[in-house]
Design a protein around this ligand. Structure first.
Ligand code: SIN
Length: 285
């Protein structure tokens, strides 16, 4: 079922000030002729709006230092900060690295970034410096279409529900900086309204969502499993981004989930992610 919400989404936003080509008709765009470091404030505002509409924005050939990336990311909003572990590291940038010694890589399941926060992330900005000869793509799934492609009855049920998000995938827990008890869980609506588009997006993810509050444990598990299957098998609302050195990708965590493919072991993949803090999720009926 594709409901009105999905069909009424324009295949491409003709009003945008950027020239961009769709990766799929309703989800993801590659921006052309853009130099991020030369953007005016109006252009950064337009980038955030286009990110909310298209979900994922890919910008190639953006040569910048870590300081320049952090300075640009500050223009997206208040940033999440990360523990600085190495000389030269910046608190605004999370290192994304895999090589022949890696035993896991970050983001190897469908998730949105740190949804256990009271104000979970809005845009993430990932810039790659070193990429494998092939592989290492990031997969993205559109949560507007994930919601819109459920039956109208299921949509109505989901819009009445809230879910608890636990910090089990939190970088501070995974890195051993904090215990689960030291990090809060949060309850968010299962469907949220994106403040920049007014559209509804499914907001549960297998990285963080622990339980649907209004359901028994078994009911919650069954509903979450059904939704995770819907997202994982939703080929018609997924895209896959191929990285090159100096590719920057923005994704809007309010309406997008992502999954890093680790199919390139033992090759090296290296980059930095900055994450802008969003607002408390809400649903407008
Ligand atoms: C992440 O932010 O989950 C990592 C994504 C990636 O490495 O492609």
């Amino acid at each position: 079922h594709i409901t009105d919400q999905a069909i009424s989404a324009p295949p491409i936003d003709e009003k945008s000030r950027f020239s961009h080509s769709p990766i799929s008709p309703r989800f993801g765009s590659e921006l052309e002729g853009v130099t991020l470091l030369e953007m005016t404030d109006d252009e950064v505002g337009a980038l955030k709006q286009l990110g909310a509409e298209r979900g994922v924005l890919v910008v190639r050939n953006q040569i910048m230092t870590m300081d320049q990336q952090a300075a640009f990311a500050h223009r997206l909003g208040e940033l999440t900060t990360y523990p600085v572990k190495k000389a030269g590291a910046l608190p605004e940038l999370l290192e994304i690295h895999a090589d022949e010694k890696s035993r896991h890589v970050p983001g190897e399941k469908w998730h949105t970034d740190i949804s256990s926060e009271q104000k979970p992330p809005a845009l993430s900005m990932l810039r790659m410096e070193i990429v494998p000869g092939s592989g290492g793509d990031t997969l993205f799934a559109d949560m507007y279409q994930a919601f819109a492609s459920l039956s109208p009855e299921m949509q109505l049920i989901l819009m009445r529900l809230t879910a608890r998000h636990d910090p089990v995938g939190h970088y501070l827990y995974l890195s051993g900086e904090k215990t689960l008890k030291e990090l809060p869980s949060q309850i968010h609506p299962v469907v949220r309204t994106h403040p920049l588009t007014g559209r509804k997006a499914l907001y549960v993810n297998s990285g963080f969502t622990g339980k649907i509050m209004e359901f028994s444990r078994d009911e919650s598990r069954a509903m979450l499993d059904m939704l995770y299957q819907h997202i994982a098998h939703g080929i018609s609302f997924q895209i896959r981004v191929r990285w090159e050195p100096n590719t920057v990708v923005f994704w809007d965590n309010r309406c997008v989930q992502h999954h890093a493919a680790w199919d390139y072991f033992p090759q090296v993949r290296h980059g930095y992610r900055a994450t802008a803090i969003g607002e408390v999720p809400y649903l407008e009926h």
